[in-house]
Design a protein around this ligand. Sequence first.
Ligand code: ADP
Length: 399
Amino acid sequence: MLRVGLSGGIGSGKSTVSARLAELGAVVVDADRVAREVVEPGTPALAEIAERFGPGVLTADGSLDRAALGAIVFDDPQARRDLEAITHPRILARSRELFTTASADAVVVHDIPLLVEMGRAADYALTVIVDVPEQERLRRLVESRGMSSDQARARISAQADDAQRRAAADVLLDNSGTVDKVHERVEALWRERLAPFERNLRSGTPVRRPEELAVVAPDPDWPAQAARLLARLRKALGDTALRADHIGSTSVPGLPAKDVVDLQVVVEDLAVLDDPEVRSALTQVGFLVPDRLWHDHDHQGPGPAVASRPKKILATGDPGRVVHCHVRPLDSPAWRLALLFRDWWRADSDERAAYADLKRTLEARGLSTSDYTEAKEPWFAEAAERAEAWARRTGWQPS
Ligand code: ADP
C-alpha cells in the first residue's frame, strides 16, 4: 500500500485531481466527506455537539446546522477546541479505518484540504499539492462556485499561502492550464511515480542510485527535499531516532553531487530496525529496511582506514527521488564524521572547491558509482585530518 496526501488551496482543483486518480485506480479517502459522516444524524458525535452547544445547532430534521455552529465557534477559541475535541478523534479513527481496510496493493490518496495547515505532510509517503496561482483560483471560485469575490478572498486568506503549501510538496501539480492538461499530468504521475512506488513498497524493492555515475550541478531544492524526508523519518521512528540529519554533498549549498539525497539517522543499536512495528511505520512513509549490512571506513587511529563500522542504508520505493538514509549506531564514529564533513564544507569554500574538483576528476575517468565511491576513500582519509584540525581550531561539536 502507498499512502499519498493530496492537498491544495481552495479552488485549486483538488477534487478534479482526486476524481481522476480514483478513475485510474486509487482509493480516495475524502477528508471533507469523513468530517460530514461523523456528525450525521444518529451519531454519538452529533449528540455530544448538541449537548455542548445546545439544541440551537440542530435543524428541524435533527441534522447539524453548520451555519449556526459556525457562528458560535467562529470567534470563540474555547468553543472551537471543544468542537474539535468531539470531532477530531472520530475523524481520525474513521480515516484510519478507511486506510486499513484498503487492499494491500492500494494507492490510498487522502484528499485533505487542510493538510498543510494541520502539519500532516509527514504522515504520507508522498505529498501532492495542486498548484494554481491565487488570482486564478479566485477567478474560478467566483465563476464556477457562485462565490462573491469577497467571500472567495476571505476563504483563501484563511488558509495557508501558496509558498507554505509548495514547501510541503514532493509533487507540485500545476493546474493553471486546462482540465485536459492537468488530467495528463495526473496520468503521468500515476504511471511514472505512484503505481511503481506502490509496487516497490509491496515487493520490498528499494530505489537505489544508478551504477552509471552522474555528478550534477547543485540543486537549490535539495535541502527542502531532505527536510520533508527527515520529517517522515522522525515521525516514523519517534524516540528511536536519536538524531536525524541531512548529510553529504546535497546538504552543502554550492557543491555538485550525485542526485542522491543522503540522510543520516543515529540509533542506539541497529537491531531496532528488526522490530516489525518500526519497519511498518517506516513503510507507511515510504522507506524500506534492507536485510543487508554495510560498513563505514573507520578513520580513527593509525594505519589505513578499514571498512569495519556497521550501518544500514535505507531507501524508499519512490522512483522519483533517490534517497539513501544511513542508519548508524551511536557507538560508530562515522556519524560524527559525516556531520563534521558537512559543517566543514559549509564553512570552508576552498575545501568545498577542492572536493568539487576531486569529484569532477574522478567522474572524467569514467568510473562506475561504486568505483568512484571507493576511489574517494584515500582522499577522505587525508581530508578527515584537515576537518579534525578545523574542528579543534573552531571548537566544533555536533550541534
Ligand atoms: P478544490 O476541490 O481544490 O476546491 P475543485 O476541483 O472543485 O477545487 O475546482 C474548483 C473549480 O475550478 C471547479 O469548478 C472546477 O471544475 C474548476 N477547475 C478545476 N480545474 C480547472 C482547470 N484546469 N481549468 C478551469 N477550471 C478548473
